[in-house]
Design a protein around this ligand. Sequence first.
Ligand SMILES: [Zn+2]
Length: 67
Amino acid sequence: MKCPTCGCEKFYIKDTDDEYELYEFTAVNGKIEFDATPETQNIPEITAEIETFCDKCAWHGKFETLK
Ligand SMILES: [Zn+2]
């Protein structure tokens, strides 16, 4: 999975309850791996509809739009 704009494979999602809480992950070869943090157990479930943000550029969109 790569960002359609810049090709970066690192993204983040926002907590559905707290938009200032970010969860970074990489999606190399379609395998999602979150950065290990103390809050790891609170990671929201990634769905096709979840808003996903590129770590390197301004792209964001639904997770399902990633290739
Ligand atoms: Zn990007």
